[in-house]
Design a protein around this ligand. Structure first.
Ligand code: GDP
Length: 331
C-alpha cells in the first residue's frame, strides 16, 4: 500500500572519508562483486541512493557520501538525510592514519544526533585484513577510546557508538552488517524465539535466517555464533545460487535462481549436515545438524513448514494497514 510502507523502511547511511571503502562494501555485500574487482572502482563524488529493497528482504537504502562533504553547506539538508534514518555506518580505513577520520566521525555523529536521537551509530574499523590480530585489537581500542573521549569532552555522553572490525576479503563485513540490520528489525525477539523452538524440536545445532541476496543473517537462535558456522552457511548459499543459475534457469521462462522450490542438503565428511530451505522470496533458512539427527527428515520438514507459517504471520503483522481476508480451511 504505496507510500506509507516505503516511508517506514529503515534506512542505513554509509559514510566515511573518501577511499575508506564505502563503495566496495556496498558492491561486495549487496551486488555480489568479488573483493578483487573493487580495486578498479571509481571514487564516489556524489550521494548515491542505492535502493536494494526490490531484491532484498532488508529494506534499506545506502547513501554513499563523498568523504569531503561539508555539513555546514546550506545545500546539505541534514533533516532530510538523518531524519528518517535508522543507522549510520561510519567507515574508517584502519590501514591509514585515522586522525582525520575521527574528526569527521565526531562531526557527523553530533550533527546526526541533533537531528535524530534515535539513530544508531555503527563504526566499521575497515580493511583490517592487512593487520595482525594484536594490531587489530590495539587499533580498535585506540579508536574506541579517542572517539568516546571526543564525545565526552564536548558533552555528548549520551551518544553510543558500536564498533566492528571489518574487511571485504572475509566474512567479517557480512557479519557486521548482520548485526547492524538486526538492530533495525523490530520483530527480532520473535524471530529468535521461533528459531530456538525450531532447533530444540528438530535436533539442530544452529539455524540462521538469511537474506539470500546479501547473505546477511537477519536472525539466528540464541546459541553463540561462531564465524566458521556462519561462513559455512554463507558458502552454502553461494553454491545453491550458483548451481541454480548455471543449471536451473531456462531461457524461455522468467524463473529466478531462488524460488519456493529451492532447497538443498550438503553432507560434510565430519558427520555434519547443512540444510537449506526457502522461506519466502527473499529469505532462506540454513541449518546445521548432525547426520544422525537427519535420519528422520520428515519431522524436520514438518517442523520447518510450521516455522515458515509462523514467519509469514510475523511479517504480515508488520503491515497493519493491510486488509486480512478471513480464510476458510478445508479439513
Ligand atoms: P570509497 O571512496 O569510500 O567508496 O572507497 P572505495 O570503495 O573506492 O575503496 C577504496 C579502495 O579501498 C579500493 O581500492 C578498494 O579495493 C580498497 N578496499 C575496500 N575495502 C577493503 C578492505 O576490506 N581491505 C582492503 N585491503 N582494501 C579494501
Amino acid at each position: 500500500p504505496g507510500p506509507l510502507v516505503s516511508e517506514q523502511k529503515p534506512r542505513i547511511l554509509l559514510m566515511g572519508l573518501r577511499r575508506s571503502g564505502k563503495s566496495s562494501i556496498q558492491k561486495v555485500v549487496f551486488h555480489k562483486m568479488s573483493p578483487n574487482e573493487t580495486l578498479f572502482l571509481e571514487s564516489t563524488n556524489k550521494i548515491i541512493k542505492d535502493d536494494i529493497s526490490n531484491s532484498s528482504f532488508v529494506q534499506f537504502q545506502i547513501w554513499d557520501f563523498p568523504g569531503q562533504i561539508d555539513f555546514f553547506d546550506a545545500t546539505f539538508d541534514s533533516d532530510m538525510i538523518f531524519g528518517g534514518c535508522g543507522a549510520l555506518v561510519f567507515v574508517i580505513d584502519a590501514q591509514d592514519d585515522y586522525m582525520e577520520a575521527l574528526n569527521k566521525l565526531h562531526l557527523t555523529v553530533t550533527k546526526a544526533f541533533k537531528v535524530n536521537h534515535g539513530i544508531r551509530f555503527e563504526v566499521f574499523i575497515h580493511k583490517v585484513d592487512g593487520l595482525s590480530d594484536d594490531y587489530k585489537m590495539e587499533t580498535q581500542r585506540d579508536i574506541n577510546q579517542r572517539a568516546n573521549d571526543d564525545l565526552a569532552d564536548s558533552g555528548y555522553d549520551q551518544i553510543h557508538l558500536s564498533f566492528h572490525l571489518t574487511s571485504i576479503y572475509d566474512h567479517s563485513i557480512f557479519e557486521a552488517f548482520s548485526k547492524v540490520v538486526q538492530k533495525l528489525i523490530p520483530q527480532l525477539p520473535t524471530l529468535e524465539n521461533l528459531l530456538n523452538i525450531l532447533i530444540s524440536n528438530s535436533g539442530m545445532e544452529k539455524a540462521f535466517l538469511f537474506d539470500v541476496v546479501s547473505k546477511i543473517y537477519i536472525a539466528t537462535d540464541s546459541s553463540p555464533v561462531d564465524m566458521q558456522s556462519y561462513e559455512l552457511c554463507c558458502d552454502m548459499i553461494d553454491v545453491v545460487i550458483d548451481v541454480s543459475c548455471i543449471y536451473g534457469l531456462r531461457d524461455d521462462t522468467e524463473a529466478a535462481a531462488f524460488d519456493c522450490q529451492s532447497s538443498s542438503v550438503i553432507k560434510l565428511n565430519n558427520g555434519t549436515i547443512l540444510y537449506l530451505r526457502e522461506v519466502n522470496k527473499f529469505l532462506a533458512l540454513v541449518c546445521i545438524l548432525r547426520e544422525d539427527n537427519f535420519d528422520r527428515q520428515g519431522i524436520i520438514d514438518y517442523n520447518f513448514l510450521c516455522f515458515r507459517d509462523a514467519i509469514q504471520q510475523v511479517f504480515e503483522l508488520r503491515n497493519e494497514n493491510q486488509v486480512h481476508l478471513p480464510l476458510t480451511t478445508n479439513h
